[in-house]
Design a protein around this ligand. Structure first.
Ligand SMILES: [Zn+2]
Length: 190
């Protein structure tokens, strides 16, 4: 906030009047799964392209039937994936691939094997000059506690590169850190 004040004091005053969880993913306790209000606005804009000039009743009808259709299409796609033995959709595994790759260069120190408390120092890898950041976290599978100081694990409900590295160091499959909401069995049940 101090940095914001240095740049724009009125902006900081405005932000101070709004709860942190309303305008920062970092503070929203994972409720938005990493989706920002801007992302959601863009989705709706895409839906309403070509519809804005129509009567409101037509817009409501179109929105309703389009949403119903999307539910059916996603159900069918998830059902096919599930029958093929795919539990995590390709879109999700593709999104996670860079974090999985980056984790190979991290150095993990384990503090507790019982609840997998860890510290990770990031490595740079062959094609990056970054590295040297330190994060700490906990992967307590038994009690369902999964936290990393980077905040991405809790915010997106997907393993960050630090969680990938920590999980591998204790022979834990990182994919158990993927929220069930992203997995095909859950989508089929919706
Ligand atoms: Zn992390």
């Amino acid at each position: 906030m101090k940095s914001i004040r240095e740049v724009h004091s009125e902006g900081e005053d405005w932000l101070e009047t709004h709860p942190f969880e309303r305008w920062t993913l970092h503070q929203d306790e994972g409720y938005r799964y990493g989706i920002t209000t801007t992302n959601m606005g863009e989705c709706l804009n895409g839906l309403y392209v070509g519809l804005r000039a129509m009567p409101i009743s037509s817009i409501v009808l179109h929105t309703f039937f389009r949403t119903v259709t999307w539910f059916i299409e996603r159900y069918q796609a998830a059902y096919q994936m599930l029958n093929a033995g795919i539990y995590i959709p390709k879109k999700i595994t593709d999104d996670m691939k860079p974090w999985s790759e980056r984790a190979k260069w991290h150095k993990v120190t384990l503090f507790s094997r019982r609840d997998s408390r860890f510290a990770v120092v990031t490595g740079s890898g062959p094609d990056s000059s970054k590295g040297g950041n330190a994060q700490t976290g906990i992967l307590d599978a038994k009690n369902g506690i999964r936290e990393c100081t980077c905040g991405k694990l809790q915010g997106r409900h997907l393993p960050c590169s630090h969680a990938y590295a920590a999980a591998r160091s204790v022979n834990l499959n990182p994919l158990i850190l993927v929220s069930p909401y992203y997995k095909t069995p859950y989508v089929v049940r919706v």
